[in-house]
Ligand binder design. Structure first.
Ligand code: FAD
Length: 354
């Protein structure tokens, strides 16, 4: 698979980690925060429910050009993400992807312990919320009795490819995620069926061409049909029920359904982190971008203050000032010296260019 992390390290699900700053959200603003914090020697772990960094830029408009990033007259959402990943490389952040930041606890020593839905815990003196419009959550198929199969044989993400080894899988959807997983899981699965309601796919043309080649070779079954129901018992799927005008209702035997119907954004568990909220946004000061809770900062689209603009440019500025505030808490008693990257050999050493 494509390395969306550009070689950056992934945390192991279920493990306990300790660091200087936990960043919730690996959108453009969370990524740039790693750079600003890194210049001050603060190490970061990032958590995102998506399977790749880039937030809205990578998920909602990877190929659309952005025209208002300073000094980059035109850059696509994906290119901006890739450049940010390149820029933060010297600071070796650890990414915990595919997992929702679920619960937050303040420990007796004042540090924060963040728990993800996969049981990973990260402890740090600073929490930086860069959660944008909230977490991306999957749009679900409108099928009666769906809940009984969810998490057992109906999935909205692939956490471990091995899970689908030698299984009869049905993938539903017509976008990039659906086609990517058809191409990646087909060699592992016992059988692979792709269901889409029309013979027209939103996914990248080269993925569509590869899928059609696999269909021509008889390695993938393509059904242009509506997904209408599920058959099985105790959460174990035995078939999906499809319907077309010509054929009426019919079943496709399978053990696993992966539905990729796109994502919507919801504030999610952050609403329970004990912070003051204003219409699902987190109010902050404009000196440090700190929230109502000392040590918790909020930057990017998730925060609100008088004059706030939901622009990437503004999030970058907020990240720089947040880092200064975070340093004072994470390194009490240490002096913070203001330095330029152009002239400080100390900063250049950290960047690996001196
Ligand atoms: P996001 O990009 O929203 O990233 C937040 C991340 O946090 C997400 O990946 C989400 O999954 C994750 N997250 C949230 N909660 C949790 C949780 N509990 N656990 C785990 N992960 C979580 N801006 C511009 O400046 N110029 C433009 O031209 C421009 N064009 C745009 C075009 C479109 C179509 C859209 C939709 C937006 C555009 N924007 C533009 C806005 C820009 O994309 C946002 O301002 C920017 O993405 C905000 O970055 P962020 O890092 O704050 O949040």
């Amino acid at each position: 698979m494509q390395d969306h992390l550009h070689g950056a390290a992934r945390g192991e699900a279920g493990q306990a980690y300790e660091t200087d700053v936990i960043i919730v959200g690996a959108g453009p603003v969370g990524l740039f925060a790693v750079f600003e914090l890194g210049l001050l020697d603060l190490r970061c772990h990032l958590v995102d429910v998506l399977d790749r960094p880039g937030g809205q830029c990578a998920e909602l408009y990877p190929e659309k050009p952005i025209y208002d990033i300073p000094a980059l007259p035109i850059v696509t959402g994906q290119e901006l993400t890739d450049r940010l990943m390149e820029q933060i490389k010297p600071f070796s952040p650890i990414f915990h992807l595919n997992q929702m930041a679920d619960a937050l606890e303040r420990l007796p020593d004042g540090k924060f312990k963040l728990r993800t839905e996969l049981g990973t815990t990260i402890t740090a003196p600073i929490l930086c919320i860069a959660a944008g419009g909230g977490s991306f959550v999957p749009r679900k198929p409108k099928i009666e009795g769906l809940e009984a199969f969810e998490g057992k044989s109906v999935h909205y993400a692939v956490r471990k490819m091995d899970r689908f080894k030698d299984r009869d899988i049905v993938i539903a959807g017509g976008g990039d995620s659906a086609l990517d997983w058809v191409l990646n899981l087909q060699p592992l699965a016992k059988s692979t069926t792709l269901i889409h309601r029309r013979d027209d796919f939103r996914a990248a043309p080269h993925s569509v061409a590869k899928m059609r080649a696999l269909v021509a070779e008889g390695k993938v079954r393509l059904e242009i049909s509506d997904l209408k129901g599920l058959a099985g018992a105790d959460g174990a799927l035995s078939a999906v029920v499809c319907e077309t005008k010509d054929k009426g209702r019919y079943e496709i035997p399978c053990n696993e359904l992966l539905a990729f119907y796109g994502l919507t954004m919801k504030l999610g568990p952050i609403a329970n982190f004990g912070l003051n909220l204003n219409e699902n946004l987190i109010p902050v000061d404009t000196q440090k971008f700190e929230t109502s809770e000392p040590g918790i900062f909020a930057i990017g689209d998730i925060n609100t203050y008088p004059g706030k603009l939901k622009l990437i440019l503004c999030g970058f500025h907020e990240a720089a000032l947040m880092a200064q505030g975070a340093f004072k808490i994470a390194r009490p008693g240490e002096r913070l010296v203001f330095l330029y990257t152009t002239s400080s050999t100390d900063l250049q050493k950290k960047l690996g260019v001196a």
